[in-house]
Design a protein around this ligand. Structure first.
Ligand SMILES: [Zn+2]
Length: 462
């Protein structure tokens, strides 16, 4: 005896699934809305082909082709229809949470007969799409989405033009724009860059060479599989019918191809108008090449210069310091985008460097060492310069030198505490055991309050 004969089913084209929380209702509350839904479902589902029906059953986990309907614990049907995604690559759920992932948005009880039929037609199409997708594993489709995405003409263009896009981005931030001609051409170019690069910038870094590594959400629409990453906030649509991918913001390809070529050409034209700047850059490039063999000496000079309070102007060192922060392409600078994108000027003031050290770098380096040594000599502290002054306590450079000389002469270094006791002339046991009470610096600061002696020791000798 079959199940149907035992208990005649009121809605054989509907499958009731427990929704929300609570236990499965033991009965179904029949309603006009359900009658109408069943009638429409029966008409559409009975028209499906045998293989469509079989795929539908495999997707929904039902023994017959039925439209899933959520049923709450009170036996009332949920008035919005169940999304096929709840079954896709999953075993049939035992409970459907009442949220927008599980249910469509349209309340079927509020639709006219014609609207209900149109809605149901779309829902059935979406179920058939999900049923077809369900025939193969999720990973199979994810790979298919990736292949289609990479074949997308804009992705191909973006990968092919990646070097142009990168050069334009670099150039757009380059301080060189401030010196190239003419300001109105530059302003127009930058305005175009904002428009032209928008779709390239919309591609997250992680999506440049394929799908990102994050966990994806895959779900259906009437005719598409949606592949979305919440981390990257990026979505790709896949059409199983033709195997093509679609981007959230589609790009007009012929225009995109033309535009990227145009901004490259426009920048080249700007560079051609500024050949004097190109000449200056080449000169600086040469100058840097002349100086680089002497990098070790120049680095020493630069450190020497930093220790001076008032370093004299030494063009070769100043130029080196400016140029070391400047980057040039390997080949001679050319008036075109890619070459100029390889130029990084820390400050456009370097363009005004007038010096050429051709053939005399070595003698200029000797002279620079000499100039800095002379300045260091001038800045060397005098014996009666006061190096520590708190209240009436003053320590001169001469006294500091005396203490330093004593400390340098000995292998051991007294602790700050021992040194303070020694300078204050307090012969503690430790001071005695180290023999410090017999040293020439013992009691050197005995007229000072001990507190100030400790302060001076910490400031000057620790
Ligand atoms: Zn991602």
């Amino acid at each position: 005896m079959s199940h149907a004969q035992q208990q005649p089913e009121p809605y054989p084209y509907l499958a009731f699934l427990p929704a929300g929380f609570g236990r499965r209702a033991p009965y179904i509350v029949r309603s006009r809305g359900l009658n109408r839904l069943h009638e429409a479902a029966a008409e559409l589902l009975s028209a499906l082909t045998a293989s469509e029906k079989e795929a539908w059953c495999r997707l929904t986990g039902q023994s017959a082709c039925r439209l899933p309907v959520g049923m709450e614990a009170n036996g009332q049907a949920v008035p919005v229809l169940v999304r096929p995604d709840v079954f896709l690559w999953e075993s049939a759920p035992s409970q459907l949470p009442l949220d927008r992932r599980s249910f469509f948005q349209r309340d079927t009880t509020k639709l006219s007969d014609a609207q209900l039929r149109r809605h149901l037609e779309q829902v059935v199409r979406q179920y058939l799409l999900a049923a077809a997708l369900h025939e193969r594993p999720r990973s199979f489709w994810l790979a298919d989405v990736e292949a289609a995405y990479l074949r997308h003409p804009f992705l191909e263009l973006a990968r092919q033009k990646a070097d142009v896009v990168e050069a334009v981005e670099l150039m757009n931030r380059s301080s060189l724009l401030a010196v190239l001609k003419y300001p109105e051409d530059i302003a127009y170019w930058r305005h175009r860059v904002e428009i032209v690069l928008r779709p390239y910038r919309a591609l997250p870094e992680a999506w440049r060479d394929g799908l990102c590594e994050h966990e994806k959400e895959l779900y259906t629409t009437t005719d598409k599989l949606v592949c979305s990453c919440t981390t990257c906030a990026f979505t790709v649509y896949y059409h199983p019918a033709d195997g093509n991918a679609e981007l959230e913001e589609e790009v007009l390809m012929p225009r995109a191809i033309k535009r990227i070529a145009t901004i490259e050409r426009q920048l080249n034209e700007i560079a051609e108008q500024s050949l004097d700047v190109i000449d200056q850059l080449r000169r600086l490039q040469d100058l840097k090449k002349q100086l680089l063999p002497f990098e070790a000496e120049l680095e020493r000079l630069s450190r020497h210069k930093q220790q001076l309070k008032h370093p004299p102007a030494v063009p070769i060192v100043d130029t080196y310091e400016a140029l070391i922060r400047t980057t040039f392409p390997t080949a001679d600078v050319q008036p075109e985008l890619h070459s100029l994108a390889g130029v990084h000027l820390h400050d456009t003031a370097v363009l005004a460097i007038p010096h050429d050290f051709d053939g005399q770098v070595e003698s200029l380096l000797d002279e620079a060492f000499h100039q800095y040594d002379e300045q260091a000599e001038k800045e060397r502290p005098k014996p009666d310069d006061v190096v520590f002054h708190v209240k009436r306590c003053k320590l001169t450079q001469g006294e500091k030198d005396e203490i330093d000389a004593f400390l340098d002469m000995h292998d051991f270094r007294p602790s700050a505490h021992q040194l303070a006791k020694t300078l204050a002339g307090i012969p503690t046991n430790k001071v005695r055991s180290l023999g410090l009470h017999e040293s020439p610096i013992f009691g050197l600061l005995q007229s000072w309050p001990e507190k100030q002696v400790v302060k001076a020791v910490h400031r000057l000798f620790v």
